[in-house]
Design a protein around this ligand. Structure first.
Ligand SMILES: NC(=O)c1ccc[n+]([C@@H]2O[C@H](COP(=O)([O-])OP(=O)(O)OC[C@H]3O[C@@H](n4cnc5c(N)ncnc54)[C@H](OP(=O)(O)O)[C@@H]3O)[C@@H](O)[C@H]2O)c1
Length: 241
């Protein structure tokens, strides 16, 4: 495995992103880690001094373009972009929010999980395409699977936070479009479900810890070939879109 990859990871001040930065830096990778709040970066900077930490708020186009401009000025390529940052703003996981989700919550969720992520990726695409084997890993969720949500009685049948689920379904479509762009090239794009993970987003009941998810995500991010292009992956298995 090559250890000199340049990797951008969003949403790294806590949770899965934090552990991803720790893991990939420990493997000798050059990690560009983003946090949206300057006051929340200290733990990351202290725990992983090798990470290059930048500010990035996916809810703010100015912040996205300023981050992309800094990266473009400082780096001649990016090998891997891990779009990890994400927000779940519906409130409760169980139940269906489709009848009453506030427009503002829907917009704010899509801004972080989809619009901001798409815009950031577009701005970094020229650098990713300068890599010998550029890769985009969209950290999605099984909750974005239309195939699973639409089957009565399925494990996701009663778990319908509309804003979060729809934003991850949209993110999955982004992966499919990127994969078509990359088809038959050395580059690739993949959606990944990290598992149900004990974080602020995943909650206390989750069976996995952030380090487990980081290991899975890193393995796919660093895979030597393009076999995952256009796939939706969990634990090396393909999930239904
Ligand atoms: N945990 C699970 O069970 C689970 C399952 C499936 C998928 N996922 C996905 O895994 C990813 C990581 O989640 P996590 O569990 O580690 O959650 P987390 O602990 O809540 O961390 C989320 C990260 O995303 C950042 N973020 C949110 N909105 C942002 C924005 N507008 N701009 C920049 N950064 C933003 C957060 O920053 P702040 O601290 O500033 O808010 C934080 O760093 C997410 O995409 C999530 O949807 C998680």
């Amino acid at each position: 495995m090559s250890t000199n990859k340049t990797i951008v990871i969003t949403g790294t001040n806590k949770g899965i992103g934090f552990d991803l930065v720790k893991l990939l830096c420990s493997q000798g990778m050059h990690v560009i880690a983003t946090c949206r709040d300057e006051n929340k970066c200290d733990a990351l900077k202290t725990s992983v001094p090798d990470a290059r930490v930048y500010l990035l708020d996916l809810g703010d186009e100015q912040s996205i373009s300023s981050f992309a401009a800094q990266i473009t000025a400082n780096y001649n390529h990016i090998d891997i972009l891990i779009n990890n940052a994400g927000a779940m703003l519906d409130g409760e996981w169980v139940g269906n929010t489709v009848s009453h989700i506030a427009p503002g919550v829907l917009k704010q969720t899509f801004q972080s999980n989809f619009f901001g992520t798409v815009y950031l990726t577009q701005l970094l695409l020229p650098l990713i395409q300068k890599s010998d084997a550029g890769r985009i890993v969209n950290v999605s969720s099984i909750m974005g699977s239309l195939g699973m949500h639409s089957i009565p009685g399925n494990e996701l049948w009663e778990v319908k936070p509309f804003a979060y689920n729809a934003s991850k379904a949209a993110l999955n479509h982004f992966t499919v479009h990127l994969a078509q762009l990359f088809y038959n090239s050395a580059h690739s794009a993949v959606s990944m479900h990290p598992g149900w993970v004990k974080t602020d987003l995943g909650g206390e009941m989750a069976p996995l810890v952030a380090a487990d998810a980081a290991k899975e995500l890193a393995a796919v991010a660093l895979c030597a070939d393009t076999r995952h292009n256009g796939k939706f992956i969990f634990n090396e298995n393909t999930l239904p879109w």
